[in-house]
Design a protein around this ligand. Structure first.
Ligand code: NAD
Length: 275
């Protein structure tokens, strides 16, 4: 990977859900590329740790407590970031959740309406809420990049979490709508669809997945093994991605090299989705 270089000197990047997992990897890669990073999450301790790791790369980084579903909070976090950083150049809508414990399908009847509302409220409406808060900055500057994190499950549905799949396909649709409106203002809006990456999103889901799919996952001894097995049986490359693999695609889409790419959903999933 030594020959892949991204440069964002002095650019300001806002990343939601950057306390851990993919968001932390994105924050670190942006920091290594010289960007200043606003780390937005609910989890103060872990997100502050991400900010410290970014600062160690010699850039400015700060944690902002944000619940992406809270419109007022999104507006005040936006104001605070503008006061601290002066502007925003890139927004990555990464925060997301999966099915609640004990609410996994099949059958779909296991997933109650409350969990549909919770999940769609965070993954889809949360992405919309944060975009609505920050898009006016880009419109005024006539410049900006938005990258929304979808999932390969937007295209390869899984019966274990139809609400998650629906939320992620909706993010692709919303990405396209935004790209049409914001394109007039020289703003690029794209989505990235990750495949299988072992992150905290899988914490607590291993046993439930094993019990739902015993023939496939019965011999897995850990949650990480579950993720590795799922990727092994469903992708061309036969392996999961690393958080950095997703981050590299996000940085590419946020870079000038991707100036003419908009309204797209780039699948980074080791070859699971074949379209
Ligand atoms: N890990 C994977 O295999 C995978 C695959 C496809 C897509 N994704 C997507 O990538 C994104 C990141 O996932 P991850 O694997 O790093 O998960 P993760 O659980 O490690 O990180 C998600 C982060 O989002 C934060 N978050 C959740 N709800 C929030 C809210 N309401 N407001 C603010 N922050 C909130 C969490 O605190 C957490 O830090 C998610 O959108 C997820 O759906 C992940």
């Amino acid at each position: 990977m030594e020959n892949i270089k991204f440069c964002f000197p002095g650019k300001v990047v806002v990343i939601t859900g950057a306390a851990a997992g993919l968001g932390r990897a994105m924050a670190l890669q942006f920091a290594k590329a010289g960007a200043n990073v606003a780390i937005c999450d609910l989890k103060e301790e872990l997100a502050t740790e991400t900010a410290k790791l970014c600062e160690a790369e010699g850039v400015k980084a700060k944690f902002y407590k944000l619940n992406i579903t809270d419109e007022e909070m999104a507006a005040s976090v936006k104001d605070a970031i503008l006061a601290d950083f002066g502007t925003v150049d890139i927004l990555v809508n990464n925060a997301g959740v999966t099915t609640a414990p004990g609410k996994m399908g099949p059958p779909m009847a296991n997933i109650d309406i409350a969990d549909w509302k919770r999940l769609i409220g965070i993954n889809l409406i949360g992405t919309v809420t944060v975009t609505k808060a920050f898009a006016p900055i880009f419109k005024e500057k006539k410049q900006g990049k938005i990258v929304n994190i979808s999932s390969q499950t937007a295209y390869n549905v899984t019966v274990s979490m139809p609400h998650y799949c629906a939320s992620k396909l909706a993010i692709v649709s919303y990405t396209q709508s935004c790209s049409v409106e914001l394109g007039k203002y020289n703003v690029n809006v794209n989505a990235v669809c990750p495949g299988y990456i072992y992150t905290p999103i899988y914490h607590g889901a291993g046993d439930e997945l094993i019990s739902k799919f015993p023939a496939l996952l019965g011999d897995c001894k850990s949650e990480e093994e579950v993720v590795t097995k799922l990727a092994a049986v469903s992708t061309s490359l036969g392996r999961p991605e690393k958080p950095e693999d997703i981050a590299y695609c996000v940085l590419f889409l946020a870079s000038d090299a991707a100036s003419e790419i908009t309204g797209n959903a780039v699948i980074v999933d080791s070859g699971g989705v074949r379209r």
